[in-house]
Design a protein around this ligand. Structure first.
Ligand code: MG
Length: 164
């Protein structure tokens, strides 16, 4: 069975309410940023994309740059949204590489077990790297409206700190 792989932040979960925790130039509170994830609103377009993938006969996997220490919170959040139980790949707690490096490696590993049909991700750097590695990617852009600059902030912190 082929796999549809879904990023969480910015694809299924609306992170805009907690970006302020990591938008400071001097102080970035990553613990607060991740702790607030339990309150993320779901993104309807993302939930719909998961339903569509399942209806298309694809197996689901979740692939997130969130650290492993957020696993319990993340699994209960996914269940509360009515999302199907599925394998959840998270960044090891000590892995500070950019999201694109972690995610392409994880995609290659997943692909060994079941061929990856596509990845759905909102991060332009991840999209580009995954495509370069030969994976089809759907670039999720549905969290864009509303708060100017969220994409840029998340992009900056992902690229410079390798933390989300
Ligand atoms: Mg994302």
């Amino acid at each position: 069975m082929r796999l549809a792989v879904f990023d969480i932040d910015g694809v299924l979960a609306d992170v805009r309410h907690r970006v302020h925790h990591v938008d400071g130039r001097r102080h970035r509170d990553w613990d607060a940023f991740f702790a607030a994830a339990v309150s993320d609103p779901a993104l309807p377009e993302g939930l719909q994309a998961v339903s569509q993938a399942a209806a298309d006969g694809l197996a689901i996997a979740y692939l997130t740059g969130r650290p492993e220490r957020c696993r319990a919170d993340t699994e209960s959040w996914l269940a509360r949204q009515g999302l199907p139980p599925a394998p959840l790949r998270m960044r090891p707690d000590d892995d500070r590489r950019p999201a694109r490096a972690f995610k392409v490696e994880a995609l290659r590993d997943l692909d060994q077990g079941s061929p990856v049909a596509y990845l759905v991700d909102d991060d332009a750097a991840v999209v580009e790297s995954a495509r370069s590695a030969g994976f089809p990617v759907i670039h999720a852009c549905w969290m864009d409206g509303g708060t100017d600059g969220v994409d840029r902030i998340l992009y900056d912190v992902q690229e410079t700190e390798g933390r989300t």
